[in-house]
Write a protein that binds this ligand. Structure first.
Ligand code: UGA
Length: 450
């Protein structure tokens, strides 16, 4: 099977490479010539665990190619995937469809006969239809069928999510389209992974509904965390306790400083706008968006309070800048809310992130970037854990104590335990858990499954 993937961002590059891994002949196309040159010369423009080796293997074995030339790349493609960005339009909150429409026009102008075009980008309900009409208008001599095939890839775990998904969703309206998509995903159906066929609008809405539901789980657990904190309960135990109910499930119940990234914030906003357009408001999603915005805005204040109400002239060490671990992606990261607010309040920020510092330097120019975890905390008045990278999970607390000026830890990912930290002599603040006070010793004890 010959495949062209247009767009070499996190979604396009991972999908194209994984299709090549299935044995198909894949060309990944992008208008960004510098990016294509990087890929052609063995570089990988993004960090995604395992992707570099998979790209290398598939290019060496001749199945994966990179090109800036759309016209020659799409010739003889059985399937052309659209995986271009659909960023939030800052004026309207809607998904910006400029890039996807442009790519559709470019394809339509350069194909003959019948062409299947598959939308992988996250697009509002109705977009497949719009793109199909646009292509037919652009080239009345060819015929087009647009298939919706939303992605459910988490950054940092994208290859695993592609190769072992819970399901694949396909929206289409002919048997032939269903057949070719069945052939495409045969390597997964052989592993008993279900491919769910539905209409285009349903597939489009499934993607938004899935992300909005996951965002809702996070916003919900975060609010319950706030309540836990003031009533003496422990959010880690609440999440575990409710997660053992199969109807709820344990995933996406980890309390956090708020969700970020390129997907949940953008997709919840776009869903709200779509719902408004159809005059069918999604009030729950609206509440989730507001709750998450409030939470992210409030996080710097929590740090200031933990520092005694004033951070003027204080040096604060921050571990983790990306929106989640195992990525270099800074989009909508809580660090972009927290750090400028702390700086405004007079703090001097020292930060370390395993993969995000190059991008962070462009967005947070006043931060002093450290070359290692422990260098970051040298002489700091407080240590803040903002992203739960694995290397922050096993800190050597004797070294930390020597490095810090004050033994103050603010752990916004709850990767340490309050009692253990108190036993080591740290003033420790986390989310949704009672402080370690004698009167709360009982509830501060970790929940146990027997
Ligand atoms: C998300 C979805 O999980 C993917 O299924 C989807 O395909 C993708 O968006 C997309 O639309 O492209 P991603 O944004 O890469 O993936 O990462 P997640 O692991 O979902 O995390 C998103 C945010 O939620 C992060 O800021 C993370 O810290 C936060 N989060 C996640 C929590 O605060 N608590 C949790 O329990 C889980």
């Amino acid at each position: 099977m010959n495949i062209t993937v247009i767009g070499t961002g996190y979604v396009g590059l991972v999908s194209g490479t994984c299709f090549a891994e299935f044995g198909y002949r894949v060309t990944c196309v992008d208008v960004d010539i510098a990016k294509i040159e990087t890929l052609q010369t063995g570089g990988v423009p993004i960090y995604e665990p395992g992707l570099d080796l998979m790209i290398k293997r598939n290019t060496q074995e001749g199945r994966l190619h990179f090109s800036a030339d759309l016209v020659s790349s799409i010739a003889h493609s059985d399937l052309i995937f659209l995986a271009v960005g659909t960023p939030t339009d800052p004026q309207t909150g809607k998904a910006n469809l400029t890039y996807i429409k442009q790519a559709a026009v470019d394809i339509a102008q350069n194909v003959k006969g019948h062409q299947y075009v598959v939308i992988k980008s996250t697009v509002p309900v109705g977009t497949a239809k719009t793109i199909e009409v646009l292509m037919a208008q652009t080239n009345p001599h060819a015929t087009f069928e647009v298939i919706s095939n939303p992605e459910f890839l988490r950054e940092g775990a994208a290859i695993e999510d592609f190769m072992r998904p819970d399901r694949v969703v396909v929206g289409c309206h002919t048997t032939k389209a269903k057949t070719i998509m069945g052939k495409l995903y045969r390597p997964l159906t052989l592993l008993n992974i279900p491919v769910f066929y539905t209409s285009n609008p349903s597939a489009e809405l499934i993607k938004y509904a899935a992300n909005a539901f996951l965002a809702t789980k996070i916003a919900f657990i975060n609010e319950i965390g706030d309540l836990s904190e003031v009533c003496g309960a422990d959010i880690q135990d609440i999440a575990q306790g409710i997660g053992m109910d199969h109807r709820i499930g344990p995933k996406f119940l980890q309390t956090s400083p708020g969700y970020g990234g390129s997907c949940f914030p953008k997709d919840t906003l776009a869903l709200r706008e779509t719902a408004e357009d159809f005059n069918s408001p999604v009030t729950i999603v609206d509440a989730v968006i507001k709750a998450n915005d409030r939470r992210k805005a409030h996080m710097a204040d929590r740090i200031i309070q933990a520092c005694g109400g004033d951070v003027k002239g204080k040096r604060i060490a921050i571990l983790g800048l990306t929106f989640k671990p195992n990525t270099d992606d800074m989009r909508d990261s809580v660090s972009l809310d927290v750090i400028p607010t702390l700086e405004k309040a007079g703090a001097k920020i020292h930060a370390y992130d395993p993969k995000g510092m190059e991008e962070a330097q462009k967005l947070l120019p006043h931060v002093s970037y450290a070359s290692s975890v422990y260098e970051c905390m040298d002489g700091a008045d407080a240590l803040v854990i903002l992203t739960e990278w694995n290397i922050f999970r096993g800190l050597d607390w004797n070294v930390v104590k020597q490095k810090l000026k004050a033994s103050l830890i603010i752990d916004l990912r709850n990767i340490y335990h309050p009692q253990e930290m108190a036993d080591m002599g740290f003033a420790y603040h986390s989310l949704g858990r009672p402080g370690v006070r004698p009167d709360l010793q009982m509830v501060a004890t970790k929940g146990v499954v027997v």
